[in-house]
Design a protein around this ligand. Structure first.
Ligand code: SF4
Length: 378
């Protein structure tokens, strides 16, 4: 295809991603499925574009947040130089692992890996946490923002990674902001990813505006009863909705360079939960209607029982007898009761399919999977 037709097709496809064109040699129209213009020629990280005045203001705001913490919907209001709130992390960050990581989406990990920083601690208490040993057990080493920035440089220079991926950073946003501002002085050139549960506050996202290139938010559950029971947080969905809207307003839909690597925008993940596919369907419908139909979406199926799920129930007796319908113990049969039994299994194929189908029906079309049309989903 000549270049002028190609460019014209990209412009037209902004309005119709499944563009139909006639080719002179074709007997019938052919669906080209060209992507809207989500391709970038080149990319300069956003933190290189903010002025020195704005950078100084962000530094001062970061310290103010730490002195009266309102960085997540818990709103503890503690001075983190003196004590800790629900997240149990003070003014320095605690980091569990820093390394190139190959467990992310292909457009994030590329060939060299994503430069991942796994922060210890979390502002949620998900009973099924898939990173339980890191998020809940506070293992790791303490770093100042300046030391953290030096690690970003090591990932860039030694690891040759494609980006810096901040994993579970909601409770250390001021330290992260300070580290990015320091790293830009040291010569960091990589896009920054904010990999979040979406239990963020407008204040922390305001502090991050101009510093983050890619937002990678989870949208976990829809019902408040579920968030209270499984995340130990009230109004999770409300916080996630507000946060994802703010993130999208800052960076827009996901954009790539021609090498297939994501450089800027938002990629939303939803981990389908056993028996909660109805909540998954609500979530994808809400995203399509209220954020963008061009949203890049990863409907994830790797849920496995972890953390507190499937553990024996706390009881003074070591074993509880299973009772027959009439109320009598089944003769000779003894079985332990377990915690969160309803989610103590993998998700079924039917549950996965129903969420994906609802997403497509709602108008979403950019998924983290092989495209049905055989082309790229970029
Ligand atoms: S970040 Fe930590 S201290 Fe701050 S409001 Fe959230 S849980 Fe509380």
């Amino acid at each position: 295809m000549d270049r002028s037709l190609c460019l014209q097709s990209f412009r037209l496809s902004r309005f119709n991603p499944r563009l139909t064109v006639w080719r002179p040699s074709s007997p019938s129209p052919r669906l080209l499925h060209l992507a809207p213009p989500f391709l970038l020629d080149d990319y300069v990280p956003r933190y290189h574009l903010i002025s020195s005045v704005d950078a100084a203001r962000k530094r001062s705001d970061a310290y103010a947040h730490l002195r009266n913490c309102n960085l997540c919907p818990r709103l503890c209001g503690v001075n983190r130089f003196e004590k800790t709130g629900v997240c149990l992390i003070g003014a320095d960050v605690k980091v569990n692992v820093i390394a190139p990581h190959f467990g992310e989406e292909p457009c994030i990990q590329g060939h060299n890996g994503s430069g991942s920083v796994f922060f210890s601690g979390c502002n949620l208490r998900c009973v099924f946490c898939q990173n339980h040993d890191i998020a809940h057990e506070r293992k790791g080493f303490d770093l100042t923002p300046e030391q953290l920035a030096e690690w970003y440089l090591k990932l860039q220079e030694v690891g040759k990674v494609h980006n810096i991926n901040l994993i579970t950073p909601e409770h250390v946003v001021p330290q992260v902001a300070l580290s990015i501002l320091h790293a830009r002085e040291l010569g960091l050139k990589l896009p920054i990813i904010y990999n979040t549960s979406s239990f963020d506050s407008p204040e922390s996202l305001g502090l991050l505006n101009g510093l983050i290139d890619i937002y990678l938010p989870d949208f976990k559950v829809w019902k408040n009863a579920t968030s209270r029971r499984l995340l130990k947080a009230d109004n999770y969905a409300k916080a996630a909705m507000e946060s994802i809207k703010v993130m999208h307003s800052q960076v827009g839909d996901l954009c790539f360079t021609a090498d297939g690597l994501a450089k800027k925008g938002i990629l939303v993940r939803h981990l389908v939960m056993p028996g909660k596919d109805d909540e998954g369907r609500e979530i994808v419908r809400w995203l399509a209607k209220n954020v963008s139909k061009d949203l890049f979406m990863h409907v994830m199926e790797q849920y496995h029982p972890d953390a507190h799920v499937g553990k024996p129930k706390r009881t003074t007796k070591t074993h509880l007898q299973v009772e027959e319908p009439g109320g009598n113990p089944a003769p000779g049969e003894v079985k332990e009761k377990i915690r969160y039994d309803d989610i103590n299994r993998p998700v079924s194929q039917a549950e996965m399919s129903s969420v994906k189908y609802a997403a497509q029906q709602a108008g979403l079309w950019r998924f983290n999977e092989v495209a049905e049309h055989g082309g790229f989903n970029i």
